[in-house]
Write a protein that binds this ligand. Structure first.
Ligand SMILES: [Zn+2]
Length: 159
């Protein structure tokens, strides 16, 4: 997906200093879902907007448990994650009407995983010619507002 123009990823590259904390562990523990753009919480997993999306509506579904071991996910985690991926697709359809999706998991740094210690399923909505879907942002603040607007639309659609 290198061809998708996502200028805010430059911010990610600049600010992605390694930290000891894992945000996929920390964010659900805090009661600040709107700030962290958590769309929904299930019993074993949660749905969160990607703060550095490849496309508008880029979501991630992650188990609460800190694990990189896809092979040994618990059956209840697999079922809950799948049902949340499915519901996220319905939600995206309602809110943004994409023409297609990329759904996938990056395992290991070499695969392109930004966070390789806590696995998560990426859901990236796609539109025909979506390299042109978003206006070109040169201002990080504007990008943040666009992310918040997308978050609100998706959170409302989830309900
Ligand atoms: Zn974690």
């Amino acid at each position: 997906m290198d061809h998708i123009f996502a200028p805010w990823r430059m911010t990610y590259i600049k600010t992605n200093e390694p930290t000891n904390g894992c945000f996929l562990c920390e964010y659900p523990k805090e009661e600040r879902d709107a700030q962290h753009m958590i769309i929904a919480r299930g019993q074993h997993c949660f749905v969160i907007c990607n703060a550095f999306p490849y496309n508008p509506g880029h979501l991630m579904v992650a188990p609460y448990r800190h694990t990189a071991d896809y092979v040994h996910l618990l059956p209840e985690e697999v079922i809950d994650m799948h049902s949340h991926v499915a519901r996220a697709l319905e939600c995206l359809k309602r809110a943004m009407n994409p023409q297609g999706y990329n759904i996938g998991v990056n395992l290991g740094k070499v695969s392109g995983a930004g966070l390789d210690e806590h696995l998560h399923v990426h859901i990236v909505p796609r539109w025909n010619g979506d390299t042109n879907f978003m206006p070109v942002f040169s201002d990080v603040r504007v990008v943040a507002e666009a992310l918040e607007e997308t978050y609100r639309r998706l959170r409302d659609a989830w309900k």
